[in-house]
Design a protein around this ligand. Structure first.
Ligand SMILES: NC(=O)c1ccc[n+]([C@@H]2O[C@H](COP(=O)([O-])OP(=O)(O)OC[C@H]3O[C@@H](n4cnc5c(N)ncnc54)[C@H](O)[C@@H]3O)[C@@H](O)[C@H]2O)c1
Ligand SMILES: [Zn+2]
Ligand SMILES: [Zn+2]
Length: 373
């Protein structure tokens, strides 16, 4: 079948992307799903900073690549041996979990070995590439999803079945921003009632973390960002304090909490900010980092403080979530009103407007922009 798909043809082009157009909308052939795969009609796809990091070259991926990894859609064809049916509504998770490796069996599918290898190689879990360009070459898949496309083929291990009555633009958010942010707060940071918390970075991921921290009963909840309107939004969503980012942030946060919050989550992807997040964390507390800086960027923290202040620094990939458990769980929280993630959705747009939309993510103007098909 044919599909219109946004393909990243080159990374590192100059901004504004609306002019340099690193993403081309191409007419591609899409092969039918192989065993264990699904053909999905994408209904909504979100723009995440992890896409932007591939576009600006800080995350090197094989190109050309059919980009995008946060989506909701409908199954239109099933390959052999899947547990899905035509018509199922699905949210796509950006790590296909094989179900067999030691990490999957150990309950940590976000760290699936074969899933990570396929994602790194730009293939599906099977090793296949299903998009075919007019010249016969095969664009790479992005994180097994390739969301910026009318249709995509995915491993069924990337899919989570969801209720049909959930609007697609909301459902898409659960695939990355909510799994990552809420998971970081509830699982990686394990926020419990009464905890003092700070969240650095108030994009889609950081705001999801903030909402989940509030749902978990954080007492003091400090929202940190350099962008004024994001701090204002965070306040309306339950932040008890806001702090502008910058060199004074650590002192301000320590003043508010009389020595630092017990749990600090960094979602900026900026290493000096992670160093601030660690410095702001209270003795005995935990710093969780979700941001994805360029590989090879070193982190500098005083080693003694890990021991003498018993601090914990931990990473969080896919929010340490189990997508098939946690997408439904977080959707239930959304429906109950405790995780109002519709607040993350700043704009709706069409596939042809994708380059300019990445300019708005780059400048910090937008939060979660959703392409609808
Ligand atoms: N670990 C994972 O599984 C995972 C999943 C998704 C995204 N990510 C990463 O998480 C990060 C956040 O993603 P997003 O889509 O929410 O990005 P985003 O660009 O929407 O949000 C980042 C926020 O950080 C703020 N910021 C930048 N510099 C700052 C500073 N000095 N002080 C305070 N705030 C500052 C920006 O203004 C922005 O609001 C990215 O690095 C992304 O690649 C990780
Ligand atoms: Zn993402
Ligand atoms: Zn696995």
């Amino acid at each position: 079948m044919r599909t219109r798909t946004a393909v990243l043809v080159e990374s590192g082009r100059e901004t504004p992307y609306a002019d340099s157009r690193p993403l081309e909308i191409q007419e591609l052939d899409l092969e039918p799903p192989g065993p264990g795969e699904l053909l999905v009609r994408i209904k909504a796809a979100g723009l995440c900073h992890s896409d932007l990091s591939v576009i600006n070259g800080s995350r090197v991926r094989p190109l050309p690549m059919a980009l995008g990894h946060e989506a909701a859609g409908e199954v239109v064809e099933t390959g052999e041996g899947t547990e899905f049916e035509v018509g199922d509504h699905v949210v796509l998770a950006f790590v296909p979990a094989c179900g067999h490796c030691d990490r999957c069996v150990g309950g940590r599918p976000a760290l699936c070995g074969p899933g990570a290898a396929a994602n790194g190689a730009g293939t599906l879990l099977s090793g296949a590439k299903r998009f075919v360009a007019p010249d016969g070459t095969r664009p790479n898949h992005h994180l097994g999803v390739s969301a910026f496309s009318e249709y995509t083929v995915i491993s069924s291990r990337s899919a989570v079945k969801v209720d049909r009555d959930l609007p697609s633009d909301i459902a898409a958010l659960f695939g990355c921003a909510v799994l990552t942010g809420a998971g970081a707060a509830l699982y990686s940071a394990a926020i419990t009632p009464g905890d003092t918390v700070a969240v650095f970075g108030l994009g889609g991921v950081g705001l999801a973390a903030l909402l989940a921290a509030k749902a978990a009963g954080a007492s003091t909840l400090i929202a940190v960002d350099v962008v004024d309107h994001k701090r204002a939004l965070a306040e309306s969503l339950g932040a008890t304090h806001t702090v502008p980012g910058g060199p004074d942030a650590v002192d301000q946060i320590k003043d508010i909490t009389n020595g630092g919050p017990e749990k600090v989550i960094d979602t900026t992807g900026v290493v000096p900010v992670l160093e601030q997040a660690y410095a702001a964390t209270r003795a005995g507390g935990t710093t969780v980092t979700v941001g994805l800086p360029a590989p090879g960027t070193p982190l500098s923290i005083p080693a003694l403080s890990l021991v003498a202040e018993e601090k914990t620094l931990r990473g969080s990939y896919l929010g340490s979530c189990v997508p098939r458990r946690d997408v439904p769980r977080f959707i239930d929280m959304y429906r109950a009103g405790t995780l109002p993630v519709d607040a993350l959705l700043s704009d709706h747009l069409k596939l042809d407007d994708i380059n300019g939309a990445f300019d708005r993510l780059h400048t910090g103007e937008a939060i979660r922009q959703i392409i609808t098909f």
